[in-house]
Design a protein around this ligand. Structure first.
Ligand code: ADP
Ligand code: MG
Length: 573
């Protein structure tokens, strides 16, 4: 058996690096955080080949003296905390003195730094923790750090890197998050030849969010509760996304992942956001320094609250209050909304959002009497129903000899469209309808990358896309079966669907989800008046569809009430 021993320091450095430096985006995060802690007003990040070849971060911050620069590369050397008490009141993004030595341990690093009052800069070069060169150099005040050949000495880690495009996208996300949290700082990200981000200083978080997020119809909800300040800059519910990745959560200026807080945002929208859709935008939460522990995660991407329930309810309440007064809830006065908080808190309607005010939309009736598929084996079940009329512009009311049948027109149309799309997709028929002139779409770099990566698949869905500048694409054709619907929001949802599920879902499942999203966009909205003839046509078409009779998002299409049930309720039987 081996004897116990203390590990050599270069090995300790590599082990520590394993926790902090997971991928190129982690390097960018740590270096940019250092620049922000150094008071930089402008931060330039230059990346080659997804950061695997090189990453350079240039700032105009406070810089370091030659002695400080040497110390900065030593493990546990930091200028940001000095005592145990300081750990409870951290204002800076860094505090462990681990990032620079960790990054140095797994790369070739060049640090060039100059105090504003100094005549010259200091340059230090290291290779896997070893200092190979120190000396004066010419450079502007501030700090530049260049990382080359990340993981050159840790092949195991290198192997786990994703494609260059995926690493570049992760860097873009990291920069976006940092930029949203620091609106006053000029951020610039250049990936290879491409300027992926260029955000001049903004006066407010809202201006920054509008410039940084291409979906710019953000509304603001702001308030404080129990000493917790909440500011949410969010898209209205109809622009909600297929994943929660487009919701950036910032706690005391630090980008974090916090499912409970993301969930609180969704709850704050009440019924306006259906299950499976997520609000997009920025959530900023400020809590007293003593009420949050930032020292719980190696990459500092999670925090722990002393009073998590208070923080969640603050978020929920600020949003509920704002949402109740939102312009897109026309028929619901603020008074009603306040009187019925319980109804607004419980999101009860899965499926896609159909632009109806929450109060007009009932909960799904999966377990109500008679809800369920039409009887097995009855051919032409829907066609034999007699249409009586339309209820609330939403439900088709029908009678059969022994039952009352209500059909959710939106869910029904969605199912029909879904089956058509699925059939056409399976048959690989070209489904693209040319757009003249093409529609030019402004996208974020990640969306451009995803569109590029999945170009062929998107064409099979009917999206004919061509490159058009660095942050945009030209849509030359849209899915034919989309009807008159706007292809742009659909494409955004489909791209989100593809990026969220790229790795994790089976191909068929992914395709079904995309088709369901397309179906949802293509069909009659609840609230559209239908003529009797249109309703009958809808019923005939329903006969051609799958007997599971749920819309592809899982909402029931019909509700059946046997006459015997009516008789029982009216005391006739
Ligand atoms: P931490 O940020 O946790 O203190 P780091 O290893 O990231 O640890 O950095 C170590 C120290 O190096 C910092 O505390 C800071 O004093 C100095 N430093 C790092 N980057 C910069 C920079 N861009 N400008 C000025 N000082 C820096
Ligand atoms: Mg740091």
């Amino acid at each position: 058996m081996n004897r116990i021993r203390v590990l050599p320091s270069d090995l300790i450095d590599q082990i520590a690096a394993g926790e902090v430096v997971e991928r190129p985006a982690s390097v960018v995060k740590e270096l940019v955080e250092n620049s922000l802690d150094a008071g930089a007003r402008r931060i330039d990040v230059l990346v080659e080949r997804g950061g695997v070849v090189s990453i350079r971060v240039v700032d105009d911050g406070c810089g370091m003296s030659a002695d400080e620069a040497r110390l900065a590369l030593v493990r546990h050397a930091t200028s940001k905390i000095a005592s145990v008490d300081d750990l409870g009141r951290i204002r800076t993004l860094g505090f462990r003195g681990e990032a620079l030595p960790s990054i140095a341990a797994v790369s070739r690093l060049t640090l060039t730094t100059r105090l504003p009052e100094a005549d010259a800069a200091t340059r230090i070069r290291t290779e896997g923790s070893e200092i190979v060169e120190v000396g004066p150099a010419g450079a502007a005040p501030g700090t530049q750090i260049e990382i080359r050949e990340l993981f050159f000495n840790t092949p195991a880690r290198r192997k786990f890197l994703k494609s260059e495009a995926a690493e570049a996208a992760a860097i873009g996300e990291t920069m976006l998050r940092l930029a949203l949290a620091n609106p006053g700082v000029h951020f610039r990200l250049v990936q290879g030849e491409r300027v992926a981000l260029d955000l001049p200083p903004h006066a407010t978080a809202l201006e920054r969010a509008r410039a940084a997020l291409p979906r710019t119809s953000l509304f603001v909800a702001e308030g404080a509760e129990a000493g917790i300040f909440v500011q949410a800059l969010l898209t209205p519910p109809e622009e909600s996304g297929a994943t929660s990745r487009g919701l950036y959560v910032l706690v005391n200026g630090r980008g974090v992942r916090d499912r409970a807080l993301s969930h609180a945002v969704t709850m704050g929208f009440g019924e306006l956001i259906p299950r499976g859709r997520y609000p997009q935008g920025v959530l900023r939460v400020e809590v007293p320094l003593g009420d949050v522990d930032v020292n719980v995660h190696p990459q500092k991407s999670e925090v722990r609250f002393a009073r998590p329930a208070d923080v969640q309810s603050a978020v929920r309440h600020v949003l509920l209050h704002r949402v109740a007064n939102a312009p897109w809830v026309p028929s619901r006065s603020p008074v009603e909304a306040r009187q019925a908080p319980a109804a607004a808190v419980v999101p009860s309607s899965p499926g896609c959002y159909d632009r109806l005010p929450a109060s007009a939309r009932p909960a799904p009736a999966a377990d109500a009497p008679g809800a369920g598929p039409p009887p097995e084996g009855v051919r032409g079940y829907f066609a034999q129903l007699e249409v009586i009329g339309q209820l609330h512009g939403t439900y088709v009311v029908c009678q059969a000899p022994d039952e009352l049948v209500l059909i959710d027109q939106h869910a029904a149309h969605e199912r029909i469209a879904f089956e058509r799309l699925r059939g056409a997709f399976a048959a690989s028929r070209s489904q693209s309808q040319g757009l003249l002139p093409p529609l030019v779409l402004e996208l974020v770099p990640e969306e451009v990358d995803i569109a590029r990566e999945h170009g062929e698949l998107l064409l099979r869905f009917g999206f004919d896309l061509a490159p058009f500048g660095e942050r945009s694409l030209a849509l030359r054709g849209a899915p034919r079966l989309l009807g008159g619907a706007d292809p742009e929001p659909l494409l955004r949802d489909v791209l989100a669907e593809l990026s969220a599920t790229g790795q994790s879902r089976a191909v068929e499942e992914r395709d079904e989800h995309v088709l369901a999203t397309m179906a949802c966009h293509s069909v009659v909205r609840a609230g559209d008046a239908l003529s009797l003839e249109e309703m009958r046509a809808l019923l005939r078409e329903l006969d051609g569809t799958d007997r599971r009779a749920n819309c592809p998002h899982g909402r029931p299409v019909l509700l059946r009430m046997p006459l015997s049930e009516l008789e029982r309720r009216f005391g006739r039987a």
